[in-house]
Design a binder for this molecule. Structure first.
Ligand code: ACO
Length: 150
């Protein structure tokens, strides 16, 4: 397991992370939207109520600012005798903090959660340019992503 620098911590998403830069961290991924506190709480409360299937984790710096984030969603299937599949989503490392193994550390923790919750596999979609990163995290290339936008 990659170690974190001194004073940095990995923990579950907390409701106060609205003020600690969680949404700003996600902006490296795509357009995030301009959440009011109520918008944030609506989604946060939902995830909390479903905390047996949604696990969002963050890495915070010594000042408790969010520098990295990631989620695993545990899908309940019929196949593989009611098998569970972990879907890794929204891996984001703050632009100034990339290349310091925070992404790797987030993925290691999400894989651990997937294994502990009983998933028989953990999968994700990514761009071609991120393939080397996910290979370093122990993933192998399989299948293709298809999308339909409403
Ligand atoms: N190409 C080649 N190697 C890479 C790349 C890359 N694009 N990115 C990281 N690596 C390598 C690193 O060099 C390192 O290798 P090493 O162990 O031999 O030194 C290893 O992968 C681990 O790298 P980290 O330092 O952990 O990477 P980082 O903290 O920067 O996180 C991430 C990588 C998540 C892709 C980050 O750069 C980022 O947030 N990018 C913008 C948002 C993004 O693309 N997120 C992923 C979307 S896909 C999804 O969410 C499922």
């Amino acid at each position: 397991q990659a170690a974190l620098p001194q004073g940095y911590h990995l923990r579950a998403l907390a409701h106060g992370d609205y003020e600690r830069g969680f949404l700003k961290t996600l902006a490296v991924l795509t357009e995030v939207g301009n959440h009011s506190k109520a918008d944030w709480m609506e989604r946060f409360d939902y995830l909390k109520k479903h905390n047996h299937e949604y696990f969002t984790i963050v890495i915070v710096d010594p000042q408790d600012r969010v520098v990295a984030a990631g989620t695993i969603f545990v899908e309940r299937k019929f196949v593989h005798l009611n098998g569970l599949v972990g879907h890794i989503e929204d891996i984001a490392v703050d632009g100034n903090q990339q290349g310091k193994k925070f992404g790797l550390r987030i993925i290691q923790a999400l894989k651990f959660i997937g294994a502990k919750t009983g998933c028989y596999k953990v999968i994700l979609d990514c761009s071609q340019k991120n393939i080397p990163f996910y290979e370093k995290c122990g993933f192998t290339h399989k299948e293709y992503e298809m999308a339909w936008y409403v």
